[in-house]
Design a protein around this ligand. Structure first.
Ligand SMILES: NC(=O)c1ccc[n+]([C@@H]2O[C@H](COP(=O)([O-])OP(=O)(O)OC[C@H]3O[C@@H](n4cnc5c(N)ncnc54)[C@H](O)[C@@H]3O)[C@@H](O)[C@H]2O)c1
Ligand SMILES: [Zn+2]
Length: 361
């Protein structure tokens, strides 16, 4: 088991990664909350039916648990679900010292994190992420939120957890397409600066996305990626500088997801394409050479992720969504462009005509 520390204005916390983290849940929660008698659990029916029994078993019998499930999927990530979850804990006469353990993917993490922040003006939060995206990204950094008809993640708050408990063993039951999409985010960490991860992926990316689950390899990849995210958010919690680099691949990725109405493509798949878009633009600006695009495309292809844009999606269809990203400041959207594998930069001044190069077949 290894730990990546996160420093946060709301209190520092560890990201603990390793096989066996879930099995040691009882010790972990009692260590974090001495005298604990009641624990709330937020999850969804898919995750809870697969892992609920073993989680309850590892928590032991001397703790009272209150389980609240929200419907599965991104469409359930809205304020209505938050109110239902809040009802469940308020009806149980929740107290401020009673923590919530959030068990699931990024959707559950975003919602459970928000519920923990709103309930009684804030109760302690623990993340037990069960998808690649949640383990390497969404559970770390304190961002929580829900979607609004006008856009994704428009309602939310910063609410850092007390700990993130990442057990790669959960990924065994994750559908392979979801694992692969998560690898899209992992490739991102390699390309924005993690050379060790880049070498590992270059050597073994096929094993990572194989249907056989390579436990030790996954653990290494989750730990390296979590450490990357932990490092960035520790240095720039509120996204004034370095945290923006995590948006690599996301400008075009989000625009594609928006144009497709957030269906038909997984987020990590869209990010993979978005990284290629960024590489094309940086190539045209002379900021990177064609070898850089080649390295990214090679990794994306070997991971089984799409390496060309879906037929029928023209630049005109995604253009309106490029500026809509909530990370856009006034005027041109800032681009995160690769210089070479392992190095990206923020570019604010560019010829807007170059943007159309981002969509390619
Ligand atoms: N807060 C942040 O910083 C941040 C960062 C990135 C993404 N996000 C958010 O995360 C969400 C995407 O997260 P996601 O990709 O984890 O999607 P998700 O939470 O919808 O999970 C994907 C699917 O896998 C299922 N699942 C989860 N764990 C499983 C397991 N171990 N075995 C089998 N099935 C399992 C889920 O029920 C779901 O059907 C988006 O809403 C996105 O906005 C937030
Ligand atoms: Zn992402």
């Amino acid at each position: 088991m290894r730990t990546a520390p996160v420093s946060s204005s709301g209190g520092d916390y560890p990201v603990i990664v390793g096989a066996g983290v879930a099995a040691s849940l009882k010790e972990r929660v009692h260590e974090l909350f001495p005298g604990l008698s009641r624990l709330g659990i937020v999850s969804n029916p898919v995750v809870w039916s697969l892992h609920g029994t073993s989680i309850l078993k590892s928590l032991g019998t001397d703790l009272r648990t209150v389980v609240a499930l929200h419907p599965d999927g991104e469409p359930a990530k809205h304020m209505g679900s938050i109110l239902v979850l809040l009802d469940r804990f308020l009806e149980d006469r929740w107290e401020r010292r009673d923590p919530l353990l959030v068990v699931g993917g990024g959707v559950t993490g975003d919602m459970g994190g928000l519920v923990a922040g709103l309930l009684l003006r804030g109760v302690p939060l623990l993340h037990l992420p069960t998808t690649v995206v949640a383990q390497v990204d969404s559970a770390i950094g304190g961002k929580t939120g829900v979607d609004h008809p006008l856009g994704k993640n428009l309602i939310g708050m910063f609410n850092p957890p007390r700990a993130v408990l990442s057990d790669p063993g959960f990924l065994r039951t994750l559908p392979i397409v979801q694992r692969r999409a998560g690898v899209g985010e992992v490739i991102k960490y390699a390309l924005i600066g993690d050379r060790a991860l880049l070498s590992l992926l270059t050597e073994r990316i096929e094993e990572l996305v194989a249907s056989d689950f390579h436990a030790a390899l996954w653990e290494e990849v989750i730990f390296l990626s979590s450490s990357d995210k932990a490092g960035v958010v520790s240095r720039d919690e509120k996204e004034s500088g370095e945290r923006m680099l995590l948006n690599f691949g996301h400008t075009f990725g989000h625009a594609l997801e928006g144009a497709l109405g957030y269906s038909g493509i997984l987020h990590g798949e869209a990010v993979a394409l978005g990284m290629l878009s960024a590489a094309r633009i940086s190539g045209a600006m002379g900021l990177s050479d064609s070898a850089t695009f080649g390295v990214i495309r090679d990794l994306v292809k070997r991971a089984g992720l799409p390496d060309s844009w879906p037929a029928g999606v023209a630049f005109e269809a995604i253009a309106p969504y490029l500026g809509r990203d909530k990370k856009a400041s006034r005027g041109q959207v800032a681009l995160i462009l690769p210089e070479r594998p392992g190095s990206v930069r923020i570019v604010r001044d560019y010829d807007p005509d170059l943007l159309s190069l981002g969509v390619f077949t």
